[in-house]
Design a protein around this ligand. Sequence first.
Ligand code: SF4
Ligand code: SF4
Length: 369
Amino acid sequence: QDLANSHGFDMVGFTSADPFENSKDFIVQRVDEGLLSGLSWFTKERVERGSNPKNILKDAKSIISLGFSYYTTKPKQNTDTINGKIAMYAWGDDYHRIFERKIKDFIADLKQLTSEETNTYWYTDTGPMSDRAVAQRAGVGWFGKNTNILTDKGSWVVLAQIITNLDLEESPVSKKHCGTCTMCIDACPTNAIIGPGILDNNKCISYLTIENKGPIPMELRSKMGNWIFGCDICQDVCPVNRKQALGNAYNDFSQKDSERVSPDLISLLKISEDSFRKRFAKSPVLRAKVDGMKRNVCVALGNIKNPSTVEPLSEALIKESVLVRGHAAWALGQIKTDSAIKSLASRKKLEKDPWVLEEIELALNSENG
Ligand code: SF4
Ligand code: SF4
């Protein structure tokens, strides 16, 4: 505990290396129900493997759960531009890099304090283990109805775990729970939280804007507001997050550049792949890829409905990839000024891709405007 504190982790807890039977059954059921169907790598085999720590480290005896609060303050936003929103965890550098550095230092000191015989294997959320199930059993926090781990420092946390052959005393499991609160369920714009602690990933804005590489389902687009990478709504409304303090790794997560927090949508719509990589260097936002981001920008612009965006959207309808052209057509159909209709109609004559043509047709026939 002291060692983890001295390395600046905001949360630390310990649990045994016993299998996570309950969480395995829960996740397998979600996979069976198709609630994680967009994540092709999220298979039952992966869940099975990740549910037993001894599958990962043969002589595993304990797991150390570690967390950082990424809560940070917003830089001043440019009010002259039309802006999108990025989820808070992605404002700064990719937390996997931050964790990697800190965990490696922690493990080196742990080995020095114990013995060279100490075996360890660590994961952030990229491995097959459920970092949240580990955190819950290690007393770091409890499962909120929004599926996040709620800790004494709120739910703005990133988690990692170290499996080890050290025999460590287990931390008590938190007795706290959400009680009768349903604020996150009520606030979710896409109704992605289909029951307490049950998320339909296919409807969640986080999944739709990041992992999803194809079109965004039409019926969800108008519910996404101006979120262009992730979504913080179910955490923003959570009363557990009302009192917030900055975490120890605040400097790693903080961001002074408002373009990495609430970017100007028009410049993002026009950005080249090279500039996108440069602008979001080291940021988790790169995961969306430039075309995915432009798709998200089109959806946000379709929701903002500012007539001044017709021109750049019309340009995107001609110049961009199939994915972006289809969503640009949708956005123009939402704005539906005379010039938006004109752009759609003239593109209809030239467009060759059948899906984009379908989007253009639907946009022209929509009841907006
Ligand atoms: Fe709903 Fe947004 Fe929470 Fe996803 S992240 S469950 S879309 S409120
Ligand atoms: Fe639990 Fe309420 Fe927070 Fe949802 S908003 S996670 S129900 S405390």
